[in-house]
Design a binder for this molecule. Structure first.
Ligand code: THU
Length: 129
């Protein structure tokens, strides 16, 4: 499947607008392209009990999986607060779980240009049972 990276990034940008981040004031949006070709959006959701915050990437991935998806082809990540908003370690491992035959593409933006890397660039030796 050919991937429309721009479309995915635009969805991540849209998702960042719904971020609930009153504590860090660091908004993040993510958009996941599933194996079925659908796009799922997610944002970071924080909590007064700080440790309960959920990242945008995992929010989007869990939305996809809970709708029956089992494969993820690409994830776009965007924050209005920084260039190149790379996924945290926990989200990298969660992405790895839903990797199909092809590696997941991770799309970020740096000074208006898309950066496209494979998940193995961010997580060379993911854990699998
Ligand atoms: N955050 C994400 O949503 N994704 C990441 O990959 C890194 C961090 C969120 C969590 C928290 O709400 C805020 O960014 C500051 O850490």
């Amino acid at each position: 499947m050919s991937i429309d990276y721009e479309l995915l990034m635009n969805n991540a940008k849209e998702a960042s607008k719904t971020s609930y981040s009153p504590f860090s004031r660091f908004a993040v949006g993510a958009a996941v392209l599933s194996g079925s070709g659908k796009i799922y959006k997610g944002c970071n959701v924080e909590n007064s009990s700080f440790g309960l915050a959920v990242c945008a990437e995992r929010c989007a991935i869990f939305k996809a999986i809970s709708e029956g998806e089992r494969e993820i082809l690409a994830v776009a990540i965007y924050s209005p607060n920084t260039d190149s908003c790379y996924p945290c370690g926990a989200c990298r491992q969660v992405m790895y779980e839903f990797q199909g035959d092809e590696e997941i593409s991770v799309i970020t933006e740096n000074m208006g240009s898309l950066e496209i890397n494979k998940l193995s660039y961010f997580l060379p030796c993911g854990f699998r049972i």
